[in-house]
Design a protein around this ligand. Structure first.
Ligand code: UFG
Length: 323
């Protein structure tokens, strides 16, 4: 298929584009390089540097390429930042996303795979979180993604735009070529691996007094390649749908650090800090719906396997895409 990957220079988009290309799809990437990296653009893909805020470039790109489907990864995605600058989140994730949808309709492109998030749920009453769990986001990031999910429902009902919204839990790990390199790194695994590389003295643990077995927050870490395969299955989905995407397992912050110690062989000193505002104590996905309907199966079943792939990438690219 001919697919336009919007945000294909970012962490998740770059690896999805790579997997699509490996499967012989024809891929073009549209990215403004605000958070993504030129070096994360797979050289096999056509690259268009452009911003969804620029309606003309967006419309021209869709009209020229006329792809069979669009994968939309371009978004601002930091919970903490969204609490300081909500305007950026509503503008990028809703208004600019609308420019993409309207350009798709004008070019008669009616198939979209959308990157959503478990942050649309807010703190859950129970885990695992399935698709029936009420969505009550507690930050502008989650709110912006939930708003876009609602817009997608209406574009389907009114314009026949077929979509699959994938709500990721904690994307982690790397492929051989592409990995996680955020200019401002807030995520746990890359921060722990920076300590293993000697680039940071210690890793901070945000909160050790949660009501969990070891007092630290629990997350469902899903390998990026498994996530990419879910996107490819989503292209074949019979109708519009929402799917939660995780492994169904939970790992605490201390368990992640322990796994990193085992895989890297480094001691990894920690510093215990107070809680980070807005962190829910436990987020675990139920992915039974996508397993049942699309036949998705995660291949990376253990945290160690996820950390191992991330560690290999970080050793190969210790300065990320800067080198
Ligand atoms: N953490 C630390 N030290 C660090 C970094 C993180 O202790 O240096 C902790 C966090 O407090 C949290 C856990 O590790 O308890 C995971 O934190 P991440 O920042 O790696 O990931 P989040 O769970 O906060 O964020 C993820 C996605 C977001 C999404 C969010 C939903 O990256 O896009 O889940 O809650 F919105």
């Amino acid at each position: 298929m001919k697919i336009l990957v919007v945000g294909g220079a970012g962490y998740i988009g770059s690896i999805c584009a790579e997997v699509l290309l490996d499967q012989k799809h024809d891929v073009a990437i549209l990215d403004n390089l605000s958070d993504g990296h030129r070096r994360a653009v797979d050289p096999r893909a056509e690259f268009i540097e452009g911003d969804l805020g620029d309606r003309k470039t967006t419309a021209d790109t869709l009209a020229r390429l006329r792809p069979e489907a669009v994968m939309h990864f371009a978004a601002s995605a930091l919970v903490g930042e969204s609490m300081l600058n909500p305007s950026k989140y509503f503008r990028n994730n809703i208004a600019n996303g609308l420019n993409l949808l309207d350009a798709m309709l004008a070019a008669e492109v009616r198939r979209l795979v959308f990157s959503s998030t478990c942050a649309t749920f807010g703190p859950p009453e129970r885990v695992p979180i399935d698709e029936e769990t009420p969505q009550r986001p507690i930050n502008p990031y989650g709110e912006s993604k939930l708003a876009f999910e609602k817009i997608l429902r209406w574009y389907d009902a009114i314009h026949g735009l077929r979509f699959v919204s994938l709500r990721y839990f904690n994307a982690a790990g790397a492929s051989e070529k592409f990995g996680e390199d955020h200019r401002c790194e807030t995520h746990l695994i890359p921060n722990v691996l920076k300590v293993a590389l000697g680039q940071k003295k210690h890793v901070e643990i945000f909160g050790t007094d949660y009501e969990t077995p070891d007092g630290t927050c629990i997350r469902d870490y899903i390998h990026i390649i498994d996530l990419a395969h879910a996107h490819i299955l989503a292209l074949q989905a019979p109708g519009s749908a929402f799917y939660n995407l995780g492994t169904g397992g939970g790992s605490s912050v201390r368990e992640v650090i322990e796994s990193c110690r085992k895989i890297t062989g480094k001691p990894i000193p920690v510093m215990e800090k107070s809680r980070r505002p807005g962190d829910p104590l436990r987020l675990i996905a139920s992915s039974e719906k996508i397993k049942g309907e699309l036949g998705w199966r995660p291949r990376f079943q253990t945290l160690d396997a996820i950390v191992d792939s991330a560690w290999k990438w970080h050793q190969k690219f210790p300065r990320g895409y800067e080198d």
